[in-house]
Write a protein that binds this ligand. Structure first.
Ligand code: CAA
Length: 242
């Protein structure tokens, strides 16, 4: 029986690459979507690998509880969880609104608890599990115009380190992957002049590729990575060296 991998936000740039890579690695891949169903089904049809999709607002605990029931009924217990769903609502602190703040905290940070709480305790009971939380270079260094996003993404790694300690003896590893600027729709939405200035600060001189992030996730969830837990893996082209 193939292990089951749940990737939240698989219809997004990095999430899609992670789903594909894990499917290629032989896992049974399921993902969540938040867009209208028709759009998500069209996305699913376009993929050249098998992926099961579920609607889920990861910022809602109740939605995540429903997700657990549906996934377990359809494909069985989850062995691997990749928390990848995330949004940006960039604005300088002068212009940021409470709505910008809470949308990002709920979707990027509360979600990590909401989803993990459904699956991780059972991983520990079964004596095996892998959790990878997708954070960001901007959670490590802060970013102008992202007080909300930087706070949420920094919080993600705090969560990783605490949970990693609680489940370390139960065969479950919990790690953070902190991508830098990757060539996804999210990054391409940054105004071009601003984006060009950011790319100029990346020592390798280019944006990262979603597939490069997926390869790291593939390793972190493998048996070979059993001794890595509570780590924050930076993959940012040298933009920030911590
Ligand atoms: N450092 C210092 N000053 C800066 C600055 C920076 N990094 N960026 C902008 N400024 C200055 C500008 O020069 C400008 O100064 P003046 O008023 O003196 O002219 C002032 O700050 C206002 O800047 P903007 O004109 O850009 O303000 P805006 O309100 O139009 O836009 C913004 C603000 C939306 C934050 C815009 O600057 C922006 O999109 N920045 C990029 C934010 C970013 O990197 N987001 C990442 C998204 S992708 C992602 O999050 C994925 C991931 O994990 C990496």
């Amino acid at each position: 029986m193939s292990k089951v991998a749940l990737v939240t936000g698989g219809t997004g740039g990095i999430g899609n690459a992670i789903c594909k890579r894990l499917a290629d690695d032989g896992y049974r891949v399921v993902t969540t979507y938040f867009e209208p169903e028709e759009q998500a089904r069209a996305w699913q049809k376009k993929q050249d690998y098998e992926v099961t999709i579920y609607p889920c607002d990861v910022s809602s605990y109740d939605d995540c509880a429903k997700l657990k029931q549906a996934v377990e009924a359809d494909v069985g217990p989850v062995d691997i969880l990749v928390n990848c769903a995330g949004i940006t609502r960039d604005a300088t602190f002068k212009k940021i609104t409470p709505a910008h703040w809470s949308a990002v905290i709920k979707t990027n940070l509360d979600s990590i608890f909401n989803v993990s709480h459904q699956f991780v305790n059972q991983m520990a009971e079964r004596g095996y599990g892998r959790v990878v939380n997708i954070s960001s270079v901007n959670g490590q260094k802060g970013q102008f115009g992202q007080s909300n996003y930087s706070a949420a993404k920094a919080g993600v790694h705090g969560f990783t380190m605490a949970l990693a300690q609680e489940v370390a003896r139960k065969g479950v590893t919990v790690n953070t992957l902190s991508p830098g600027y990757i060539g996804t729709e999210m990054v391409m939405a940054i105004p071009e002049d601003v984006r060009n200035k950011i790319v100029a600060q990346i020592p390798v001189g280019r944006l990262g590729k979603p597939e490069e992030m997926a390869a790291i996730v593939s390793f972190l969830v493998s048996d070979d990575a059993a001794f890595i837990t509570g780590a924050d893996i930076s993959a940012n082209g040298g933009q920030y060296m911590s």
